[in-house]
Design a protein around this ligand. Structure first.
Ligand SMILES: *Cc1c(COP(=O)(O)O)cnc(C)c1O
Length: 363
């Protein structure tokens, strides 16, 4: 077989380990005992209203979904204060990152991203032979001035993950406005706001105001996978100028946002109490780890998301040892952060269980 060389050379994304896989490998009988805090999922589960909507959708599952997601678009546009033409749905926001690379990247063009930012930008870019320019992140924070300075005439995309996965760090709202002001017209700025709903209010950026004002080369990515607790359904969205949305729509398969996902997303948008409860759980859990970990000499990185980057030393070994104690976290060596693990914020009981396991490992 003669596959394209750059495809054969691709590194495959290492996702968080599924609970069942860990149970199988380590011979645990009761999977209910295993705490998975590896993929920034919402440990409160899906919104109860979304569950009801999914149950109602079951008898309709012989039908193709509405490829244009008419009702979901209307509803979300109303919530965000944009037009339905500003929206596009994806099979997770991951798919939208692939669309962006499909449309903009090729050999000789480059994508600018933070050196410790979400790996999917690089991986999607590599599928289209784009080059990646990685900009250092002092104190694990995106350096927007350095990212602007890294832009070349061949740059097509610049990705800002805010809060950043896996570091949890944020960039200030006014710094983002200044960045957009200086952004060259030939570059599309992608603001990945996968954790927007759980950000502290004073750090929430308002990138949408630039899109409402008609800015063509700015795009926001959000998802139902994190705060909304619907990671298994695979639905996310992009907000941008209709011209940019239309370009992305050209590479979209007709039914990429499935029927059940559309129904659940509609209902989840109405479940404000679920989001409020999720935010409270996250704020409380972050505070817990930020207070408890330094007591055992473990440094944390300030986070605005539902996870925390933790400097344990020997991240991969700590990850393996925690697994033996029924806790699944994420080792950070693929991000060049070999001394770190990333812990998703769970319920108070899960956080305590994780802390106790970590204490045991480090002892
Ligand atoms: C989780 C995550 C996503 C997307 O997830 P989907 O499930 O594909 O919507 C996108 N960007 C970042 C930074 C994430 O952490």
């Amino acid at each position: 077989m003669k596959a394209k060389e750059w495809i054969s050379d691709l590194r495959v994304y290492e996702p968080g380990k599924p609970i069942e896989e860990v149970a199988r490998e380590l011979g645990f009988d009761d999977i209910a005992e295993i705490v998975k805090v590896a993929s920034n999922e919402n440990e409160l589960g899906p919104s109860p209203m979304a569950i009801e909507a999914m149950q109602e959708a079951i008898p309709e599952m012989h039908r193709y979904p509405d490829g244009g997601a008419f009702y979901l678009k209307q509803k979300l546009a109303g919530n965000l204060g944009v037009a339905p033409e500003n929206l596009l749905f994806g099979c997770g926001s991951n798919e939208l990152i692939v669309f962006l690379c499909h449309v903009f990247m090729e050999q000789g063009k480059n994508l600018v991203m933070g050196a410790e930012a979400f790996a999917v930008y690089f991986l999607a870019n590599a599928m289209y032979q784009g080059e990646t320019i990685r900009v250092p992140m002092p104190e694990h924070v995106h350096d927007l001035d350095a990212m602007l300075a890294a832009i070349t005439p061949e740059t097509r995309l610049v990705c800002i993950c805010n809060p950043n996965n896996p570091t949890g760090t944020m960039v200030a709202p006014d710094a983002i406005d200044a960045f957009i002001e200086k952004l060259p017209d030939h570059v599309v700025a992608v603001f990945d706001e996968a954790y927007f709903e759980v950000m502290p209010d004073d750090m929430k950026p308002d990138v949408l105001k630039h899109i409402r004002a008609g800015k063509k080369n700015v795009l926001v990515l959000r998802t139902f996978s994190k705060a909304y607790g619907l990671a298994g359904l695979r639905i996310g969205y992009a907000v941008a100028h209709p011209e940019l949305i239309n370009l992305l729509n050209k590479v979209r398969q007709p039914f990429n946002a499935n029927l059940m996902a559309q129904a659940a997303a509609m209902a989840a948008l109405d479940d404000i109490p679920h989001i409020v409860e999720t935010r409270e759980m996250v704020f409380q859990g972050l505070k817990f780890f930020e207070e408890e970990l330094p007591k055992i000499g473990v440094e944390t990185v300030p986070s605005g998301a539902n996870f925390i980057l933790v400097k344990t030393g020997n991240g991969r070994e700590v990850f393996l040892e925690l697994q033996k104690r029924k806790v699944i976290v994420r080792p950070m060596d693929p991000y060049g952060l070999g001394d770190f693990i990333r812990i998703t914020i769970g319920t108070p009981e899960q956080n305590q269980f994780t802390l106790d396991a970590l204490k045991d490992v480090l002892a």
